[in-house]
Design a protein around this ligand. Structure first.
Ligand SMILES: Cc1cc2nc3c(=O)[nH]c(=O)nc-3n(C[C@H](O)[C@H](O)[C@H](O)COP(=O)(O)OP(=O)(O)OC[C@H]3O[C@@H](n4cnc5c(N)ncnc54)[C@H](O)[C@@H]3O)c2cc1C
Length: 393
């Protein structure tokens, strides 16, 4: 059967493309289907760069996966002609005793013996004169992390997957999936394909696609502005400035901001990490600046903490987060159909894990199990139960 595959990957973005590579490399007959032509600017992976941190404010369980991801990105860098990673280190800071995110990142770094320096606000300002951090803040700097070139990562995995024989059907949305005991039928605008196994990795569209798998995935997509600002190159370039992810007070409560040093004159890229603007990915307004807070919130942060990086707006973009109720990803087999694996809810911090998630998904598809500890990403965890149950599962 020409249209039959061992594995079909629905959604060839960050996670799906990596899975396709790891499958094809093992000789698995794989088809990757995508609504667009990845990498592209309609989902969650555009905007040039993504931070990779190893000490982890979202929970120390992520550290082993971050370290494995780093190994896999370093391997990718060696075998591709694309630039994958720049090691500039990462910094985190927040008011002492008031930032659970910074406290957990520091604790995770200590638990896993990561190379991190603990610093006071004053020491931060001395080391990076572009930062203006109050004296009563705590901070840490980790040496070995930095940032990934997200679109390059996807291009590299795509080229390698194709090289190993993976097939692609792009600009071709999946419109329905029929599930049988030991196979699936995937219906698209351009034809119907069958496979023994399926990986669902449709990013912000996972909730919509999962309906045809009789699954009510508790995923909330949100609209996320990000912007590049003209900055003093002597203070904020990749020569000396790290990536940052910080938790700071705002007028009403507190917020996490993140950003990147400037390189090739692009300016400092920064964003506010929050999950409030729920959208439908098919109708979301993708015009940066259509809401005054698109630029406003980020500029307020820069003016306060990085004043010489609050220059002219060079560029803005709108991207999408997809969040679960407890903020942790879903990486698991379908609760009723073990030949279907699901990768969803990667929120605003999933890209760095795409390499290891691809490895895990390929293992789940080939053998049904993985040596990596993915227990916190279980689809059966209590935090997801209320909404999953509405689908009758
Ligand atoms: C502004 C912003 C900043 C971020 N910063 C960071 C960071 O610094 N560090 C970090 O680690 N993470 C970061 N993230 C998070 C990270 O980028 C995402 O978690 C990750 O890219 C999600 O990957 P994905 O594979 O789930 O989605 P995507 O990469 O969007 O892939 C999903 C794919 O599915 C396809 N698809 C959808 N519907 C269908 C269908 N019906 N049929 C076929 N294909 C379909 C889409 O076209 C898309 O290609 C950030 C995200 C945003 C938005």
């Amino acid at each position: 059967m020409a249209n039959h595959y061992e594995v079909i990957v629905v959604g060839a973005g960050s996670m799906g493309m990596a899975a396709g590579y790891f499958l094809a490399k093992q000789g698995v007959k794989t088809l990757l289907i995508d609504s667009h032509d990845p990498p592209h600017a309609q989902g969650s992976h555009h905007g040039d760069t993504r931070i990779i941190r190893h000490a982890y404010g979202e929970g120390r369980e992520y550290v082993p996966l971050a370290l494995r991801s780093q190994e896999l990105w370093d391997e990718l860098e060696k075998i591709t002609h694309h630039k994958i990673f720049t090691r500039v280190g990462s910094i985190g800071f927040g008011p002492e005793g008031e930032s659970a995110f910074i406290d957990e990142a520091i604790a995770s770094g200590k638990e896993y013996n990561l190379e991190i320096d603990l610093l006071t606000g004053k020491e931060v300002n001395e080391r990076w004169p572009g930062l203006t951090v109050p004296d009563d803040y705590i901070a840490f700097h980790e040496h070995n992390s930095g940032f990934l070139y997200s679109e390059n990562c996807i291009k590299a995995y795509r080229e390698l997957a194709e090289h190993h024989g993976a097939e692609f059907s792009v600009n071709n949305p999946v419109v329905d999936i029929e599930v049988f005991n030991d196979s699936v039928k995937v219906v698209t605008d351009k034809g119907t394909f069958t496979a023994d196994k399926l990986i669902l990795s449709g990013g912000a569209w996972n909730g919509k696609i999962a309906k045809s798998l009789n699954l009510n995935l508790p995923i909330t997509p949100t609209r996320q502005p990000v912007a590049w600002f003209e900055a003093d190159e002597s203070l904020y370039s990749t020569n000396s400035f790290p990536t940052f992810m910080v938790e700071v007070p705002t007028e009403t409560s507190k917020a996490i901001y993140y950003g990147f040093p400037t390189f090739n004159g692009c300016g400092v890229k920064a964003g506010r990490h929050e999950y409030i603007d729920e959208i439908d990915p098919d109708t979301m307004n993708r015009d940066f600046g259509s809401d005054e807070n698109d630029e406003g919130h980020i500029r307020e942060f820069l003016e306060r903490f990085m004043p010489q990086a609050a220059g002219k707006l060079n560029r803005g973009a709108i991207c999408i987060y997809s969040r679960t109720p407890d903020g942790h990803f879903i990486i698991d087999k379908h609760p009723e159909h073990p030949h279907i694996s699901i990768a969803a809810g990667f929120a605003g911090h999933g890209f760095k894990f795409a390499s290891v998630v691809g490895e895990v998904l390929s293992q789940l598809a080939v053998s049904g199990e993985t040596p990596h500890d993915i227990s916190i990403f279980s689809i059966n965890r209590p935090a997801l139960k209320p909404q999953l149950e509405t689908a009758g599962l």
